[in-house]
Design a protein around this ligand. Structure first.
Ligand code: PLP
Length: 426
């Protein structure tokens, strides 16, 4: 399969998708897919991703069952893999873009500009001009200087006032010290936009990535309601859009958050006619959809500890661990290939305290310490699950290990025990 569009055309016209049989891969299917990729070109030892499109579909179904009236605008920054974007687009998502390049990426797969929110509160002027030229007419702001820039370069742009909510303790990775209007800034910022004859259509918030206190969504929705009322008191047209941001994880946290959001929307906006609700989830869709497969390129034994070097690390796909020390990698499992009998889980093997380093000449590039693994050897493979969020998109080219060159392979299961794979690089 050569290009993105014909890959997708074949994928979405396949019987499994049409008959709604596509689902996420079982662990055994995933292992088989990984082995097939490796066996296709046994001499190639580069790291690669497997994107489980069945998982993405299941996650979208989960979203639609719990928050059906809230359209997700997937946060492209989280993982801009083109096929992933296209599959979300085909399932009805809009997109949160934070730069011209992200807008270009989304529009190049055929998404119309009215399905994009320019959700960076501080936009380069050239990117604003580009948004105006291509008709991306919805953006967030949280400063009066941004109002001046938008007035100058994109006066037709409708605005969402991004607010900071609470004291920033609600998420594993908070954002509030950098983004969002403080309570005392809200009236001046509404007035600044009104005076500039820009239309403020709603309120946006983002509680941080991986929200740990779902109750914070209720506080934020209550604050948004007060701002809707304040705008009317200031003589501005009534707002009609609420953007509840991201911060969801595909775990029970989502169910709690969704229930809290539903109740809060009902109690604060239940009688708000024509309210459009959107959100900006990133991690929720991307995290569990991608598995990273790395190769062991070096080994050292120090006393009781086995040390391994792999060919991806903290300056590559695991960059987010630098900012998010509590990040738990889903699971890390060796794929039994070279040094073991053909046992997919290696579960019966003796394990040892192990350290896993990334390939960079910098001691910070340590991926795992005191982690129990069976004994591995150079050219074995280590599989990291749940690696789709802020991984490939955040890595660097440090030391020449280029994260952007990592290949992605598509797969899904069709519920009949038969898994499918696209064997080419996307
Ligand atoms: N929207 C904005 C403005 C963000 O800054 C982020 C993450 O940094 C997201 C959405 C996505 O957040 P998450 O991946 O936690 O859902």
């Amino acid at each position: 399969l050569g290009t993105h569009s014909n890959t997708l055309e074949i994928f979405f016209s396949s019987k499994a998708v049409k008959n709604k049989k596509m689902t996420n891969l079982t662990e055994v299917e995933l292992n088989d897919i990984i082995r097939s990729v490796i066996n296709m070109k046994p001499d190639i030892k580069d790291p690669f991703y497997v994107l489980d499109l069945g998982m993405a579909k299941c996650i979208m179904e989960k979203w639609n069952s719990k928050l059906p009236q809230i359209q997700p605008f997937y946060a492209v920054k989280c993982n801009p893999e083109p096929i992933f974007l296209a599959s979300l687009a085909m399932m009805g998502a809009g997109f949160d873009c934070a730069s011209q390049a992200e807008i270009e990426a989304v529009m190049s797969i055929g998404v119309s500009p009215d399905r994009i929110v320019f959700a960076s509160t501080c936009k380069p002027e050239t990117h604003l001009k580009y948004a105006a030229a291509v008709g991306v007419n919805l953006a967030t702001y949280d400063s009066s200087i941004e109002v001046e820039k938008i007035k100058k370069w994109h006066p037709k742009c409708a605005l969402l006032l991004r607010i900071k909510v609470g004291d920033d303790n609600y998420a594993r990775r908070p954002l509030g010290n950098k983004f969002g209007a403080l309570p005392e800034e809200i009236i001046p910022l509404l007035q600044a936009a009104h005076t500039a004859q820009l239309s403020v259509v709603g309120v946006a918030f983002h509680l941080g990535s991986a929200v740990t206190h779902p109750e914070a969504y209720r506080l934020a929705i209550a604050s948004a309601k007060m701002i809707f009322d304040t705008a009317v008191q200031l003589g501005m047209p009534r707002m009609h859009m609420l953007d509840i941001g991201g911060g969801f994880t595909a775990s029970p946290q989502f169910d709690d958050a969704a229930a809290t959001i539903q109740a809060a929307v009902e109690s604060y906006f239940g009688n708000e006619p024509g309210l459009k609700l959107i959100s900006e989830p990133g991690r929720f869709f991307a995290e569990t959809s991608f598995t990273l497969v790395t190769n062991i390129i070096g080994k050292r034994v120090r006393g009781n500890v086995k040390e391994y070097w792999i060919n991806d690390g903290l300056y590559g796909s695991m960059m987010n661990m630098l900012h998010d020390p509590d990040r738990v990698i889903g699971t890390v499992k060796p794929l039994a290939l070279n040094s073991y009998p053909d046992n997919p889980t290696c579960s019966k093997l003796m394990t040892y305290s192990s350290t896993v380093y990334g390939p960079i000449a910098n001691s910070l590039d340590t991926v795992l310490t005191d982690y129990q693994l069976p004994e591995l050897n150079v050219n074995d493979w280590l599989v990291f699950s749940e690696m789709g969020a802020y991984s490939a998109s955040a890595g660097s080219k440090f030391n020449g290990f280029d994260t952007s060159a990592i290949r992605t392979y598509l797969a899904y299961s069709n519920k009949s025990g038969e898994s499918k794979m696209n064997g080419n690089k996307i």
